[in-house]
Write a protein that binds this ligand. Sequence first.
Ligand code: 4AD
Length: 466
Amino acid sequence: MSLLSVREALSGAGREGQEVTVRGWVRTRRDSKAGLSFVNLSDGSCFSPIQIVAPADLPNYESEVKRLTSGCGVIATGTLVPSQGQGQAFEMQASAIEVVGWVEDPETYPIQPKPHSLEFLREVAHLRPRTNLFGAVTRIRHCLSQAVHRFFHENGYYWISTPIITTSDAEGAGQMFRVSTLDLANLPRTDKGAVDFSRDFFGKETFLTVSGQLNVEAFCLSLSKVYTFGPTFRAENSHTTRHLAEFWMVEPEIAFADLVENANVAEAFLKYLFRAVLDERADDMAFIAERVQKDAISRLEAFIDAPFERIDYSDAVSLLQKSGHKFDFPVEWGLDLQTEHERWLTEQHVGRPVVVMNYPEHIKAFYMRLNDDGRTVAAMDVLAPGIGEIIGGSQREERLDVLDKRMAQFGLDPAHYGWYRDFRRYGTVPHAGFGLGFERLVVYVCGLSNIRDAIAYPRAPGSAEF
Ligand code: 4AD
């Protein structure tokens, strides 16, 4: 007798007529008038549950099988037979059903076999993996993260684990969570009354990282092509459907690359990820297309087929100004583009992904390379129809004198960034990279309307349950 996952059992895989065992959780139970029960059992290995046909002559049929409710943990043994029903190749004729875990008080069990609102499911984030939607999102997220590593591996990049605890604000935006073991009720003070972080665990003020970029640059300037993929943290007090306080970021860094090459890698990378999802998660994407977003599959296919448009920031501003469209936020050279502007560019104007390049220097981070015009930096944002910005990146400032001026302009203390300046002192070369917000990618692929549904345990202002 072999132990199979539901995915293996459903495929039959040459085991027709054989006795096998599957383990999982009951989705639904239906009793037929003919004196048998149909139990749908899922173990999450694929989208579909397997149908277990439980005959009345099972010794525990009346006492247990007929009491099974959604969520019960079960081990079922029986024969795999071709299914009469639609949609799956095989079902199981059970010879034994062992109930491993009952659901106490099925009436109040939060995950009932009926549609639930996403708002409600966020309140029971520890139980929502049991729903069809979160099973699908979880498998798609897994597929995407495997594809991230595969893309870089196949293209000669090395994966670098950058630190989560850091002393530097990579983006210079001051949206950092402090890490400290100091007693809040009794903070040590310096003579001047400031908090004395030299008495803290690391002997200095430390934070959760907002980006692994500065650390990964060190490896780029030796191993040429590298990337980091890990959690990042931002204490921005935004309650939007696009922001998390804890999110995962993929950040490649490429030596000797300029902004154009950077944009080319971003385009090839996104297309590779979408191809992987369509090839490997057809079952989950079919569900997403049926229940969440009708064109979920066709728009990924269109994305793969379409060459990305490249537009200079200055041209984008002119286009927006001449569009005749009434925007809520002003469009003016020197201001950052808002989501409504980005969506107009991708959805109304071009109809496919757009890379906006060369932004005004004062609205972008200190490490971005100053262009010859002296007023723009070699920065890029990749905008996707339906979501807006999904990738942000730049060519890095490799000239020490220019970097120092930019740091002074942003009020950053060069002494604090001594190690980062070293890369420009010892064998500096042009290099570029970008950051992909991993949850924004999952939102896009799964057609979700809120980023809090793209991660297992969302962290946002006022929300850190579970
Ligand atoms: O544009 P950002 O801030 O770029 C950086 O952090 C660079 N250091 C990346 C690099 O060049 N290596 O962030 C990059 C991406 C954004 O495009 C967005 O997709 C995502 O990270 N992102 C967020 N995702 C969820 N919640 C938030 N609060 C996010 N902030 C940024």
